[in-house]
Write a protein that binds this ligand. Structure first.
Ligand code: 6MZ
Length: 330
């Protein structure tokens, strides 16, 4: 049963700016998908990272591959998107930006255009239901798919930017950070920026992305996803930090995701602390299915402090990580 703190965090109005659609599928929805596709022999444990468990980043990406097998028709996408939006609304998220990579599935007839149209239809359905949540969509580029696909994705996003009545607002660059080359994606990202799509880029999620981040920060992006290894203490550089500061680019910090994916050893060493000390705009986000009940908020919030669970509100300085608390078991 929920304790007083759980109820407090759930009811607190929140903003969620970094939620991968297929990373946000709840276990109830996974159940429904598994029932729809028994022939795939997918077990629940293959689609989630449980309480107390950690996985390598690579294993996290294997989980997405399994979920993608379960979500391969317009019908699935409609169900997943409406379920995800309803669940965020039930968690008192008032503004939600979902992001997802449009996929083509030849065996079901799913097209990338149909994928985006279905997500938009789901957002509209939820709006018509009168849910108290404002939802927007970022079309995602999966960096693993290379420059040509990235350019096609931008062309699609551009179409929907003009035709979706304000629902498609931008472009996300994500995918396994150890694969692919950000430099080759630059022309697609520049085109996106020039046509008015907002850019949220996963940058420096792993230490080896120093040069790539340096290059992509010149765009500059409108927001940065993760940014785990930007600062010098963890192998980044002051030059990268200066670029972020100079352009005042907000960071989307996904604490649970980073700890579960083992790019950050524990909450008390999360780079939230670094950017908060600089007074830099940062927003706390969930990222993926390891969105365990907002629990990470408990370790950064002091009673009476000025944090909300989804967004840093005002600037009164106080302990970011209350070191008297033990690490939450999420
Ligand atoms: C753990 N940190 C991460 N870093 C980079 N990309 C990530 C990610 N978590 C998720 N994704 C991206 O989101 C896709 C799943 O949702 P969609 O099918 O697009 O809705 C993954 O395949 C990956 O491309």
């Amino acid at each position: 049963m929920d304790n007083e703190a759980d109820v407090f965090y759930r009811q607190l109005p929140k903003v969620e700016l970094h939620a991968h659609l297929n990373g946000s599928v709840s276990s109830q929805t996974i159940e429904k998908l598994i029932k729809r596709k028994p022939h795939l022999n997918i077990e629940h444990s293959m689609t989630a990272i449980g309480k107390g468990q950690r996985r390598t980043l690579d294993e996290c990406f294997q989980v997405f591959k399994v979920i993608h097998q379960l979500v391969d028709t317009e019908e699935d996408i409609l169900m997943v998107t409406t379920d995800v939006i309803r669940e965020f609304a039930a968690d008192s998220v008032k503004y939600l930006e979902l992001r997802s990579t449009p996929r083509e599935e030849k065996h079901t007839g799913l097209t990338k255009k149909g994928y985006i149209e279905t997500v938009i239809r789901a957002i509209q359905l939820c709006k018509n239901e009168g849910l108290d949540i404002d939802v927007r969509f970022l079309v995602a580029i999966d960096r693993r798919n290379g420059a040509e696909v990235a350019m096609e994705t931008v062309a699609l996003a551009e179409q929907f930017l003009l035709s979706s009545d304000g629902l498609v607002v931008g472009l996300d660059l994500s995918g396994d950070p150890t694969v692919g080359d950000g430099k080759s994606l630059l022309p697609a990202l520049e085109r996106a920026k020039n046509c008015g799509l907002k850019l949220s880029l996963h940058l420096s999620e792993v230490p080896s992305q120093l040069e790539e981040s340096d290059l992509l920060l010149n765009l500059p992006p409108d927001r940065i996803g993760h940014g785990t290894f930007l600062h010098p203490e963890v192998g980044g550089s002051q030059n990268l930090v200066n670029k972020v500061l100079k352009n005042n680019i907000p960071l989307e910090l996904c604490l649970t995701s980073n700890v579960k994916g083992q790019t950050v050893p524990c909450y008390s060493q999360h780079h939230f602390n670094y950017w908060y000390q600089l007074g830099h705009p940062s927003v706390i986000c969930v990222s993926s299915l390891w969105r365990i009940e907002w629990q990470h908020m408990k370790c950064i919030s002091r009673r009476g402090g000025n944090y909300s669970s989804g967004v840093l509100l005002t600037g009164e300085k106080h302990t970011v990580f209350d070191r008297r608390r033990s690490e939450p078991n999420v």
